[in-house]
Design a protein around this ligand. Sequence first.
Ligand code: T3D
Length: 255
Amino acid sequence: MDPVIHRTAGSVLEIALNRPDRLNALDETTLEALARALERAEDASVRAVLLRGEGRAFCAGQDLREAAGGALDYQAHLARYNRVVLQIRRLAKPVVAAVHGVAAGAGMALALAADLRVLGRDTRLTTAFARIALVPDSGMTYTLPRTVGWGRAFELLALSPDLSAEEAQRYGLANRVVDEERVLEEARTLAARLAEGPTRIYGLIKHALDESARLGLEEVLELEAQLQKLAGEGADHEEGVRAFLEKRPPRFAGR
Ligand code: T3D
């Protein structure tokens, strides 16, 4: 069985973790397959990505059976996670995570690396790392405090509670919360909507937000000016303005 499956629906690349008997826990083979699937997202025909899990969970994080085997080469091991997180963050297209059941450890980190998260009403999130006496990885010390704030991030990382979807939404970790059985449908609707949007602009927004995390105000203002020049020269901006003046919905080509 392939540990990661993918398909395209219109301009949306849908990537599914496919180890349901292990709650889609991530081992070396799965991470390699996920990285290969994400490479497909670079294709010009893809304008949004949907990340999901098969079975009853999104992802239970690192496969602890693999990790329990003996001394890990952490550099090589974490390089596989880092590659995937950077692929998602550097992809100049929106990534939606359909998070149902549970997302734990690196599974939660994967969901946080995405741009938008749809959770089920019964979905639980847990950072999990400290429960097994590990520090967070896969970018969680970057994404989590930037989403929930510093004080709350420490609590979530150190005490690793099971967060309900309602709490996750209150903390800004969930963009949508829907009935568990509607998570995929809602995420597909959102991804399809994004795939019809000004793709290049979404990429620039993503870049600006990520860069703003490490820049001062003056540098942010300078970056915004540079990105606005690029945006203003784009075909989608021209179409957006024309559509407004003609009182019709815009037809964005993603350029
Ligand atoms: O050292 C390094 O590798 C560095 C990288 C670390 C990255 C990380 O992600 S660290 C965090 C790793 N993840 C966890 O610690 C979570 C472990 N899992 C759980 O705590 C629970 O399974 C869940 C809270 C996710 C779900 O609980 P529940 O009660 O709904 O399901 P379950 O019965 O515990 O699990 C169902 C099956 O999936 C079970 O297998 P079995 O008994 O039916 O054969 C369970 O062992 C398996 N499973 C769940 N999580 C993992 C897993 N198998 C391997 N690895 C897992 N992470």
